[in-house]
Design a protein around this ligand. Structure first.
Ligand code: NDP
Ligand code: MG
Length: 387
């Protein structure tokens, strides 16, 4: 029996993970659940899964959550960053699923590693911000870090039994998002509703926008660099609109090993939670004869400049990826609030990076400061273009 703390339980990844727990009650128990503000959804999860602890963003939401729970509910409610850390480090927890969105995942994930917990990580922003620090702690504490992002799970699976020896390169596949075929001249008219409509995957709002700009793939390139210890020149992106090949590893003899499946996150989440065992899931295999063709093409860096920007920040290293990530979070929020056009996202991130003086070999405090500075700078830039 594995006891889980699920950070970001009310989100797309979190609720898929709870579906898996529901199907395999003899394998998993839930020890802690967290959300930000959606207390009604969290209350329903608490009643069903009876965790010992639950965390939300602040005291007011903790109070609201308590009011929604039956008086018999035996759950400790905590809040704020300290609360998320408590939920991630409770003594009874074996594995933490990091499924919060954005940089809020960093501190609880690091605390969980320090406490010796195994980690299943969906929250890629944590590795983008602080990959060196996270991987160093993982190695020092000897905990298991399982990728949940479908591409990274695919790479992990394609390396099974061979390790990193003989890897020539990694091919990260990208669906291309909802605007793969849209001409650049029509990008000005893109609304949040258009951008949230992903052709293949159903995901949270922030990652859906990241998929539309291809920043998601850029963040994943940085994520892959840390998870697999491979330099940026050997991580390539290939657009594959069918989203069946989840990613591939090219070996030095020219052999390519790929992992395939239908676009459903359940497979990658379950594998992350139960590795090395594969669980009998109600997920079909791709129907190849029906799909007919699997196609591949180069990404268009002119229409999707965020991808090149992420490579640049990743290669420069230091605090630059944390700045890239924070500026992107601010720009995506502004776009979703109709305060910034879709084509305004890239310039905000680019200009924030240009204003930044990188700190190399940064510690946690310096990374958090870079994140704070980038948010403030990007926010100022957003306001300036609103006038
Ligand atoms: P969602 O937006 O659906 O869910 C996010 C979860 O995190 C919710 O539980 C939310 O709580 C909570 N949350 C949001 N902001 C904060 C905060 N500031 N502090 C604490 N908790 C917070 O996101 P997804 O499930 O789509 O994505 C989660 C992570 O997984 C992201 O890093 C994403 O990049 C990654 N990922 C997602 C994939 C997917 O298919 N969805 C695929 C691969 C990776 P509340 O509900 O209260 O707002
Ligand atoms: Mg992915």
């Amino acid at each position: 029996m594995k006891s889980l703390s699920i950070l970001g339980a009310t989100g797309s990844i979190g609720s898929n993970a709870l579906d898996i727990v529901r199907q395999f009650p003899d394998r998993f128990t839930v020890n802690a659940l967290t959300a930000k503000t959606r207390v009604a959804a969290l209350a329903r999860q608490i009643v069903e899964f009876t965790p010992r602890m639950a965390a939300v963003i602040d005291a007011e939401h903790a109070r609201q959550l308590k009011a929604l729970l039956p008086p018999t509910a035996d759950v400790e409610i905590v809040f704020g960053e300290a609360g998320y850390v408590e939920a991630a480090t409770c003594p009874e927890t074996d594995m933490v699923l990091g499924a919060m969105v954005g940089s809020a995942g960093l501190v609880p994930t690091l605390a969980a590693i320090d406490a010796g917990k195994d980690i299943a990580l969906a929250n890629k922003e944590t590795l983008v911000m602080a990959g060196a620090l996270v991987m160093e702690k993982v190695a020092r504490r000897g905990v298991k870090l399982m990728p949940v992002d479908s591409e990274h799970s695919a790479i992990f699976q394609s390396m099974a039994g061979q390790g990193r020896n003989g890897v020539r390169e990694i091919l990260l596949t990208a669906s291309g998002g909802p605007f793969l075929k849209r001409p650049a001249t029509d990008f000005n008219a893109i609304t949040p509703q258009d951008a949230l409509r992903h052709p293949n995957w159903s995901m949270g709002r922030k990652i859906s926008i990241d998929s539309a700009t291809l920043m998601n793939k850029g963040l994943e390139v940085i994520e892959a660099r840390w998870l697999f210890g491979i330099d940026f020149q050997r991580i390539k992106v290939v657009v594959h609109p069918q989203s069946i090949v989840h990613s591939m590893v090219v070996y030095q003899d020219g052999a390519v090993i790929a992992q395939m499946g239908v676009p459903d996150m359940k497979g990658a989440i379950a594998y992350g939670l139960s590795h090395p065992r594969r669980l009998p899931l109600d997920v079909p295999a791709p129907d190849f004869a029906h799909i007919g063709q699997l196609t591949f093409e180069e990404p268009d860096l002119e229409r999707f400049p965020c991808l090149a920007l992420a490579y640049r920040a990743g290669e420069q290293g230091g605090t630059l990826p944390a700045v890239l990530n924070a500026a992107n979070e601010v720009a995506v929020d502004a776009f979703l609030d109709n305060r910034l056009p879709f084509v305004g996202i890239y310039p905000i991130i680019d200009q924030t990076l240009n204003h930044h003086t990188g700190v190399y070999g940064a510690d946690l405090g310096q990374l958090i400061e870079a994140d704070r500075w980038a948010r403030e700078t990007a926010d100022t830039l957003v306001r300036r273009q609103e006038r």
